[in-house]
Ligand binder design. Structure first.
Ligand SMILES: Nc1ncnc2c1ncn2[C@@H]1O[C@H](COP(=O)(O)OP(=O)(O)OP(=O)(O)O)[C@@H](O)[C@H]1O
Length: 606
């Protein structure tokens, strides 16, 4: 069977920038519109303000709104609306100075502390902690007194006190990113430190900095108004804080003077807070999860028969659904990408009977893992699986929630990387006993006894020592045996093993396969093994499914596939295994173990 031509990419999904996603949030849009009005009012104040904000007209003292003065007059006989419009300029100017100071001080310090660690980190963190522990308002009053109430200097000082916010967020992000393999790769490739900081680190922190700026601006504007309320700043420079002070002094007799600047201040700070929280939501949620709409589009594209050419399903079934340990019918898996919906598993149908060993083989990226991950519900966040049916133990469990109930019970799973699949924080015993207690309801003593029993069964002869060990204290081969023990401890009817021998050396590989073979016979469970290694297929599998580009190109009994592969791709894969001496030796040994003619492998290779 050969793969029919098939579009790998279905309905296009447009790249959605942060800005566009922002504009899909009504609260964020409303907040941004309000803030934009404040900015416009500040920029066009000279044209919008009906009067000079410092012009005094005694007739206007404490005047009610009306007579050409929309918001009335203040205690000095000045037009309140004009002062508020000009005050918006002062407010925004102060906010910008504070945020720029915070970014300039906090971001480079955070990047350096997170990236270099050690003394740089300790010194920067100490300064940041010290700044946070100092009573900022009192220091600002001292700065105001010492600088002749210079507003710009005051706002810079405020920025210094708010810079730890930027520092902490940047340091935390830099600490995470510096451990990424691409940073090591860049360093090994000879990329200079400054360039790494500029290209990799700063890029990683820019989104949280935008969020932090929206929140810091709100905070700065509030504190600035507080300082002006206390009388700091030039009387000739209109500001909301000053007008509030005036209103406060006359609150009982002329409450409107206090009301207008309070509304202006409250609305501006609230708008910034909503902008900040909307951005925070988008930045954090987006990094982990695609939107519900994107998922729906993938699901729609995978489910739409119009997007799938006829005869798309690949593979087939050997057994009736009720007799299968696992049966998958027409499985499709897709991801939303910048270029569209990428279909990585395209109409796969397969099955495995109880006691049967089914190998899923194919080159890297052929969709093997995505196929079994769909059954195990382990697809990464962007992945969506759609199938005409999934059966486990003869029961239809198309629904993810139904399958979830079988995990750890009917379905066992042996992952690819033994070491990374054990939690380094807990001893092995704890990691085996907990699932037995939670999933199987065993009491502690019974769970420990069962854990000991399976550890011995998988060949770990000193179970108490293994159970007391942490993952870093055991070898890779032992870790894989521990994971197999955990997977079979619940006596599953289906064991899925994803490249169970890839991370192990050749001798241990053979032992692990032997163990799986014995366990399969003992428990009568079906074994589905994902592998790119034909040696493993020849060694243990009864039947094999060959995958390429998300489709099954061939399926059949192992001996037949090796003797007379129908697909040129299968022949090519087998031949590639024979080209490699190690692979050929493995195949030869496997054939010998099975008591099959050595020539079979050679035929396929030709
Ligand atoms: N999170 C993801 N987003 C987009 N595409 C993905 C994602 N995870 C996997 N894929 C794609 O799915 C395809 C199949 O991946 P899969 O892991 O099933 O391959 P595989 O056959 O198991 O190969 P390997 O042995 O290398 O893991 C690949 O093209 C891969 O790029």
């Amino acid at each position: 069977m050969t793969a029919a031509p098939f579009p790998a990419t279905l309905a296009p999904v447009k790249r959605i920038s942060l800005l566009r996603r922002y504009f899909r949030r009504p609260v964020g849009v409303f907040a941004l519109a309000v803030f934009a009005l404040v900015v416009l009012a500040a920029v066009f104040a000279p044209w919008l303000a009906p009067y000079d904000p410092n012009h005094v007209d005694f007739a206007l003292t404490h005047a009610e709104p009306g007579n050409g003065h929309l918001l009335g007059g203040d205690s000095a006989g000045r037009d309140i609306l004009s002062r508020l419009l000009y005050g918006a300029r002062t407010t925004l100017y102060g906010g910008v100075i504070t945020c720029v100071t915070g970014v300039v001080l906090g971001v480079p310090a955070g990047v350096a502390a997170g990236y270099f660690g050690g003394a740089t980190d300790r010194i920067c963190s100490w300064i940041s902690d010290a700044l946070q522990s100092v009573p900022g308002m009192i220091v600002l009053l001292v700065v105001a007194a010492g600088t002749g109430q210079d507003f710009t200097v005051l706002m810079i000082a405020l920025g210094v006190f708010l810079s730890p916010g930027y520092y902490r967020i940047t340091r935390a992000r830099a600490l995470t990113v510096r451990r990424e393999p691409y940073i090591d790769a860049a360093r090994v490739a000879g990329v200079g430190t400054l360039r790494i900081l500029r290209t990799h680190l700063l890029r990683a922190v820019y989104a949280p900095i935008i969020v932090q700026t929206a929140l810091t601006a709100g905070l700065a504007i509030g504190m600035q108004a507080g300082l002006q309320f206390l009388g700091i700043g030039s009387a000739s420079t209109p500001s909301w804080g000053q007008t509030m002070n005036d209103g406060f002094l006359n609150m009982l007799t002329y409450p409107l003077i206090l009301l207008w600047p309070s509304i202006a201040l409250g609305v501006t700070i609230a708008a910034l807070a909503f902008i900040g929280s909307t951005l925070a939501d988008l930045v954090s949620v987006r990094a982990e999860q695609p939107t519900r709409r994107a998922r729906a589009r993938v699901r729609e594209a995978l489910a739409a028969p119009a997007s799938l050419p006829s005869g798309v399903a690949s593979g087939g079934h050997e057994h009736a659904a009720a007799d299968c340990a696992l049966r998958i019918e027409n499985l499709r898996v897709g991801y939303a990408t910048d270029k569209g919906v990428k279909e990585v598993v395209r109409g796969v149908s397969l099955d495995a009977a109880p006691g049967e060993v089914l190998g899923i083989v194919g080159e890297s990226g052929s969709g093997k893992t995505q196929t079994v991950f769909s059954v195990l519900d382990l697809l990464p966040p962007g992945g969506t699986a759609v199938a005409d049916g999934i059966w486990v133990g003869g029961r239809q469990v198309g629904n993810a929630a139904e399958r979830a109930k079988l995990l750890g019970r009917e379905i066992g799973y042996v992952p690819q990387e033994p070491m990374t699949n054990l939690d380094p924080c807990y001893p092995i015993g704890h990691q085996l006993v907990e699932p037995l207690r939670r999933v199987h309801g065993l009491d502690k003593a019974a769970a420990k006894e069962r854990a000991r029993e399976v550890l011995v069964r998988v060949g770990l002869t000193d179970p108490d020592r293994v159970m007391a060990s942490y993952p870093h204290q055991i070898s890779g081969g032992m870790a894989q045996r521990v994971l197999i023990a955990g997977a079979v401890a619940g006596r599953p009817s289906l064991l899925v093993a994803d490249e169970p021998t890839t991370a192990l050396d050749v001798t241990v590989q053979a032992e692990v396969l032997e163990l799986l073979r014995e366990l399969r016979a003992e428990y009568g469970m079906a074994l589905v093994i994902v592998t790119h290694n034909f040696g493993v297929v020849a060694d243990i599998c009864d039947r094999v499914v060959v995958m390429k580009d998300g489709r099954i190109v061939e399926t059949g009994p192992v001996e037949r596939i090796f003797r007379t592969p129908e697909s040129p791709y299968t022949a090519e894969l087998i031949s590639a295994s024979l080209d490699d001496t190690e692979g050929r030796d493995e195949l030869d040994e496997a054939w010998e173990r099975r008591g099959l003619a050595h020539a079979a492998g050679e035929e396929a290779g030709r």
